[in-house]
Design a protein around this ligand. Structure first.
Ligand code: PLP
Length: 399
């Protein structure tokens, strides 16, 4: 090895894809994280909506340890009992009928896009391929899913992008009517735009969208990667709207931190994804699906969506109570434990100051502080976070 290679700091061996904070987190338990210097942090970002059961949850840890002793990986050319049982847990607790497992959110959306196109082209034989998505949406970083994403910043420098995506303003039914053509295969949306700034879908828009799609043979894909797994106060956010998506996608909280994703489809889509149509080496391994099983059993068994609804209401009430009248704060919005505090100006500085006070939060767009505590967060922890945020956001006014 050359001397310069040996001398380089270890972090130089990573591509600089992330603007990283100078904090190295090394241990986690429940709502708390510790860095390598022994500092303790209250975690209100949960690895971006991943550790919904807190850090190192006992039930999932035990299931993983048991599985590590038995079997790690076999090919999807064989039956995988954990995978079947995890899929059954998803379908018996949702409107979906059949699951494809993969390893990430982008892959889950990629599968959904492929499934929708193939359904239209092979099952309905109509040649449709176009997917309509929304401004400010976020659907992932693969070529197809960054193209589906309604934000220019994720696309810069990656041309040429795959064809067949169209963007319209969120919650705009007239724009949807105008965008639909005989090429439209599916509409894809988040029920709450998360990365985009915590913007909820308008119920009236959603009802009209569903009717329009039914009349025109268009599939509905709901991206539940951030909103799913109990966070919004229901197991899946589409339940708030009384709809049944043709396909919905999961990742983030699905394995409590073990990487796993899923595309969940209605019966009629089985034919679109027959043998050989799609696949993934690691999709749904015995280990990954042990994590999924334990995660869903815990969320459902301990009624954590209800808990998220209650704690979320408490969090929003407290924020509204303490932040009312502060000129820096424009609005507190969200559902369950996905909450955004929209501010008058960029909040990057607030995030850093919060870290210095021992609170980890994240942004959603430049001006929104996003709070994503785990679903088992306590009232005392909420009070602590609200107190730090109130102090920081009221100071921010003076700047
Ligand atoms: C995080 C996220 C994705 C992408 O998931 P990855 O696992 O990072 O590929 C897609 N959609 C939404 C709504 C997300 O929040």
């Amino acid at each position: 090895m050359s001397d310069t290679k040996v001398a380089a700091a270890p972090e130089q061996s990573l591509l600089p894809t992330y603007a990283r904070y100078p904090i190295a987190l090394v241990k986690g338990e429940g709502s708390w994280l510790w860095d390598d210097k022994g500092n303790k942090y209250l975690d209100f970002m949960s690895g971006i909506a991943v550790t919904n059961l807190g850090h190192a949850p006992r039930q999932v840890k035990e299931a993983l340890i048991k599985q590590l002793d038995e079997l790690w990986h076999v090919s999807n050319l064989f039956r995988i009992p954990n995978q079947e049982e995890a899929a059954h847990l998803i379908t018996s607790n949702s409107s979906g009928d059949a699951v494809f497992f993969c390893n990430s959110g982008a892959e889950a959306n990629e599968a959904a896009i492929k499934m929708a196109r193939r359904y239209q082209q092979k099952v309905r034989s109509n040649g449709r391929y176009e997917i309509i998505t929304f401004a400010q949406s976020f659907h992932g970083r693969t070529l197809a899913t960054l193209t589906a994403t309604g934000q220019e910043k994720v696309k810069e420098g990656f041309a040429p992008l795959p064809e067949g995506f169209k963007y319209i303003p969120y919650n705009d039914i007239e724009a949807l009517k105008a965008a639909i053509s005989d090429k439209t295969a599916a509409v894809m949306l988040e029920m709450i735009q998360a990365e985009g700034g915590i913007y909820p879908a308008d119920p009236a828009f959603v009802q009209e969208m569903v009717q329009l799609c039914e009349e025109n043979g268009i599939l509905i894909i709901v991206d539940e990667i951030q909103t799913g797994m109990g966070r919004t106060g229901k197991l899946f956010a589409y339940e708030h709207y009384g709809i049944e998506p043709d396909i919905f996608t999961l990742a983030k909280g699905l394995g409590s931190g073990f990487p796993v994703g899923a595309a969940v489809a209605k019966d009629k889509l089985r034919e679109a994804f027959g043998p050989g149509s799609h696949g993934s080496t690691f999709g749904g391994t015995p280990i990954a699906t042990a994590a999924v099983k334990a995660t869903i059993e815990t969320i459902v068994g301990e009624r954590l969506p209800e808990r998220a609804a209650e704690m979320g209401a408490y969090l929003m009430d407290e924020l509204n109570k303490h932040l009312a009248g502060h000129s820096f704060v424009k609005e507190v919005r969200g559902q369950g434990l996905i909450v955004g505090i929209e501010c008058a100006e960029p909040i990057a500085q607030v995030l850093t100051e919060a870290q210095e006070q021992g609170l980890l939060v994240i942004s959603a767009g430049p001006n929104v502080v996003r709070l994503l505590p785990n679903l088992l967060v306590t009232k005392e922890e909420v009070d602590q976070a609200v107190s730090i945020l109130t102090q920081l956001l009221s100071n921010a006014v003076k700047v």
